[in-house]
Design a protein around this ligand. Structure first.
Ligand SMILES: *[C@@H]1O[C@H](CO)[C@@H](O)[C@H](O)[C@H]1NC(C)=O
Length: 243
């Protein structure tokens, strides 16, 4: 008590730390996964998105072809750009859709590699936290899904970005859908922290290639069109690396 002011400062810091822990909103280094390139310095992978349909909509047929191509290339891992489970993500960590749309579908030997996944808007319509839960890894160790993270593969750094919270219309005009925004509110703060973390990670990255992975297209001539929030908020952060 001799040093009242220092005590108070320490208390304030502790409170801030507690607040940050409780809401998971503090800017912090993005989680990082090391995935070394092969001995010859190359890397080979498949990218898939919009897939989990219990094998229907030709998901099983695509899975079979992925298995073949994966074997030919001897892939190191698979990237998923989200919408991992239709229509409404997973209900919980014990939702059978996990096996029915993932484990029991991608059975080829060549696909028994790590899968690095981000969430899509349909995943947010279920229990988004379930897909991020390490419990799923106990059921199928391939499933490595996080909100925003980095896969460092020596010659290339992949920056996985959680794009769904950027889209304002999901917040303001959800229609009949419900989004699981736990852990991403308030939106502005979540996005600001994410962009700061991403900016720092990009600045630090020394990989020859930097590839950004997310669910929503920044530019598209297709149905959904451009995502204007990403053009406004994310694109400037990506451009910094060209300096
Ligand atoms: C599945 O693929 C077949 C042939 O490639 C196609 O005719 C059919 O429309 C596809 N089904 C769906 C639901 O997309």
């Amino acid at each position: 008590m001799a040093n009242g002011r220092a005590d108070m400062a320490a208390t304030t810091l502790a409170l801030l730390a507690a607040a940050a822990l409780c809401c998971g909103m503090a800017a912090a280094a993005l989680p990082r996964v090391e995935h070394p390139a092969r001995n010859d310095g190359t890397l080979s992978l498949l990218v898939v998105g919009d897939w989990g349909r219990g094998g229907t909509h030709n998901q099983s047929r695509v899975a079979e072809q992925m298995g073949r191509v994966g074997e030919k290339l001897g892939i190191d891992f698979v990237i998923s750009t989200g919408d991992n489970f239709y229509e409404n993500g997973l209900k919980g960590v014990h939702d059978q859709a996990f096996e029915e749309s993932f484990t029991d579908i991608y059975t080829a030997q060549s696909l028994q590699k790590p899968w690095y996944l981000v969430l899509g808007n349909h995943d947010y319509r279920g229990n988004a936290l379930a897909q991020l839960s390490p419990v799923l890894r106990k059921i199928d160790s391939r499933f490595i899904c996080m909100r925003s993270f980095i896969v460092n593969a020596e010659i290339v750094d992949f920056f996985f970005v959680d794009t769904t919270p950027f889209q304002k219309k999901y917040w303001t005009h959800p229609g009949k859908h419900q989004y699981d925004w736990r852990g991403v509110v308030p939106r502005g703060k979540y996005i600001a922290n994410l962009l700061k973390d991403l900016d720092e990670a990009m600045e630090k990255s020394t990989a020859m290639w930097k590839i950004v992975v997310g669910h929503h297209t920044m530019r598209s001539v297709s149905d959904h069109g451009d995502t204007k929030e990403l053009l406004k908020l994310l694109l400037p952060v990506l451009k910094v690396i060209q300096k």
